[in-house]
Design a protein around this ligand. Sequence first.
Ligand code: C5P
Length: 220
Amino acid sequence: GTAESFKGKKVVITSGPTHEPIDPVRFIGNHSTGKMGTAIALELASRGAQVQLVSGPTLTYPKHRNIQVTRVTSAQEMYEAAKSYFVSSDIAIFTAAVADYRPGEVADSKIKKTEQNLQITLVPNPDIAKELGAIKDKQFTVGFALETDNEETNALGKLKRKNLDMIVLNSLNHDGAGFAHDTNKVSIFDKHNNVHHFELKTKTEVAKDLVDLLQQALNE
Ligand code: C5P
């Protein structure tokens, strides 16, 4: 892609896991590393976009003059931050592995161990992609899907439900693809029923493919 093809475009990207607090020292989380979000942020930044990366807790964060990182912890915080940038964005890309539930109550002090079972009631988190999809006007929105069965049907269902323009389906039926790996095998669907299938590639190369399609779509 050309160096300035996204010049003047504002992009918000959600990335990484969320941590949902149980008490002051414990949380519910997942194994997302934020690699896919980081790769997309760097690819767009290198093509001149202004990127707001809203990231849950990860080990590293990208450094680029066109990327501003907002660090968040919980899904609720990620939603608030993403929403604040979304309103003035041209493009939103939802790569984060957002926890679907959080503890309904966060204990003020460390929960003590006893001999009894411990129950924690979980309440649903906001679906960031869905909530923002419902209020979008000009924004071009992209989501991700990780499916084990009925991959295509489920991905297309998500595309519709979350009012997305494009969805990236991660194939889990492949070694080296998905969570915490450096490679991904994806198919990309858009709302006009176009589909592109890609080979197993590094996340950097997947980001290039996605941004190429994004560039095409925005030029149409
Ligand atoms: O419904 P599911 O979690 O499979 O959808 C995945 C897509 O929705 C991803 O793009 C993910 O970032 C986004 N998502 C979100 N907020 C949630 C759950 C998922 O933005 N609470």
